[in-house]
Design a protein around this ligand. Structure first.
Ligand code: 6CS
Ligand code: FE
Length: 307
């Protein structure tokens, strides 16, 4: 299959203009104005997506996982570097009926069709738990650059939703995004090491865009009216952040006394299924990237707390 986004090269390569549309449009959960904002910036925040009763229920579930000392031994669970604290739990949508229901929430599948124009499946799900005082950040990156290079995702027809289970404030390592950066693919230098995911999920060194590209993209691209710079949404628990697979994002360490716990679901068009990795010697494990897609059908409208 032709590689339209060569990356992990041995020499510097220029940025590549995105080929795919950012949204496919149509009526659904997002208003036309919200869709336009998402198309312009590459991300959108929606407040009060989940009520406190539901975010607190998920937090109780997570506390139970944390209490289980064997839980951190699972391959799907990534610990903080040099800590016994949990940094990420992958394939979380398979862990419980409550998570399985939430990933099929009718509102999420409706906005997924507006964005991808298609049936979708879960490419990846995770809980990123940035513990108080010791939670480490994430380097600047495009998720699509990793999913293309290491999982074999052919095109930009996927997006993520992040559901905040705790407040995300300037002091506890919230996600930072570069508005408009989703319109350009930034090839990165450096061959993907064997089994890269065993270190990259703790501290990503390969697939990180160069400083010059970051300066250029934060200065503003294509005068597409996206506000130049770095945008750091402050959102209370229960908020929903929708972001494009290729928007550049990062987050800082959490030095505050409050954890930052966010759920992430990644939806991919059923017609954009993974091929062989475009820049890695073999595919990553199934808990990081679904290789046998099954289109999602909406959950019935019951609340997740009854699941
Ligand atoms: O490698 C991945 O798939 C993960 N890495 C990051 C830094 N964000 C996306 C995804 O969770
Ligand atoms: Fe990411």
């Amino acid at each position: 299959m032709q590689d339209f986004y060569p990356t992990r090269t041995s020499s510097p390569q220029p940025m590549i203009k995105r080929r795919e549309p950012i949204i496919h449009g149509g009526a659904g959960f997002l208003s036309q104005q919200q869709l336009q904002r998402y198309e312009r910036d590459g991300f959108l925040v929606i407040e009060d997506f989940l009520p406190p009763s539901e975010t607190q229920q998920f937090l109780r579930d997570l506390d139970a996982y944390q209490q289980d000392s064997t839980f951190i031994q699972r391959p799907e669970v990534i610990a903080e570097p040099n800590e016994q604290s949990i940094r990420s739990i992958f394939a979380i949508h398979t862990l419980s009926e409550r998570f399985k229901t939430l990933v099929r929430d009718q509102r999420l599948l409706s906005l997924a069709r507006q964005i991808t124009g298609d049936d979708v499946y879960v490419h990846q799900s995770r809980l990123n738990d940035k513990p108080a005082f010791v939670g480490k950040g994430f380097n600047w990156h495009s998720d699509f650059e990793t999913w293309h290079a290491e999982d074999g995702m052919p095109a930009m027809r996927a997006f993520s939703v992040s559901i905040m289970l705790t407040d995300n404030q300037p002091h506890n390592g919230p996600l930072m995004l570069i508005p408009g950066s989703h319109r350009w693919f930034v090839p990165t230098m450096g061959k993907t090491p064997a089994n890269n995911w065993q270190t990259s999920l703790k501290n990503q060194q390969i697939g990180v865009p160069d400083a010059e590209s970051l300066r250029e993209l934060t200065a503003g691209v294509d005068s597409e009216q996206a506000v130049p710079g770095v945008h750091v949404p402050s959102s209370k628990a229960g908020s929903l952040l929708i972001f494009d697979c290729n928007v550049l994002h990062a987050s800082s360490d959490n030095l505050s006394p409050w954890p930052r716990r966010n759920l992430f679901f990644v939806y991919n068009s059923i017609h954009n299924r993974l091929q062989a990795p475009f820049a890695a010697d073999r595919p990553r494990p199934e808990y990081l990237a679904t290789r046998e897609p099954v289109a999602l059908r909406a959950a019935d409208a019951r609340s997740v707390t009854k699941a």
